[in-house]
Design a protein around this ligand. Structure first.
Ligand code: HEC
Length: 150
């Protein structure tokens, strides 16, 4: 101990330090609440169809070939941004039909091109999948993946 550190100086350091860290804690909490949460999906609440679409995605193990938000296999394009890549932010109805049409048209059989198998999905499955893709597309990924197709 320094001789110079009096009891009251030690107490002031204790109270000052506690107050400083309390202020940092409160401001980070406020930042999470007002800034981070708004950029998350809190503004895009889950709907039944989004949840069902995720279940279709899992049931057919689409992730065995695709990534979603960078997570998954690197055989086929990223799916997290597929709705936006198909123009869903500008024309959602057209993007919806295009994605469903694409899935139904597989495999293309084009030589030299990676193939996606045909999945026997109901009209409901396809609609739910697209709702799921549209929802995932709203997540702010801070520009991940760096290459749009993953
Ligand atoms: C065996 C691997 C494989 C599986 C499993 C698979 N896909 Fe694909 N998928 C591909 C490939 C390869 C492509 C790209 C083909 C091309 O560009 O010609 C593709 C492309 C797509 C595209 C278009 C993406 C784009 O950016 O153009 C969508 C949408 C899609 N898949 C959805 C699905 C869904 C939904 C499932 C699950 C039901 C699924 N895929 C399962 C291989 C797969």
């Amino acid at each position: 101990m320094f001789d110079a550190l009096t009891k009251s100086a030690a107490r002031n350091i204790f109270y000052g330090g506690s107050l400083a860290f309390l202020l940092i804690f409160v401001s980070l909490t406020a930042q999470s609440h007002f800034y981070v949460v708004q950029k998350s999906t809190a503004h895009a609440p889950l709907t039944e169809s989004v949840a069902r679409g995720k279940a279709v995605w899992e049931k057919h193990a689409c992730i065995d070939c695709h990534t979603i938000l960078g997570e998954g296999a690197y055989y086929a394009p990223e799916i997290g941004n597929v709705f936006v890549r198909f123009g869903g932010d500008k024309n959602p109805a057209e993007a919806r039909d295009a994605i469903k049409g694409w899935i139904q048209a597989q495999p293309t059989g084009i030589p030299g091109r990676r193939q996606m198998p045909h999945f026997d999905l109901s009209a409901q499955d396809l609609d739910d999948l697209v709702d799921f893709f549209a929802w995932v597309g709203k997540i702010d990924t801070q520009n991940w993946p760096p290459k749009v197709s993953g």
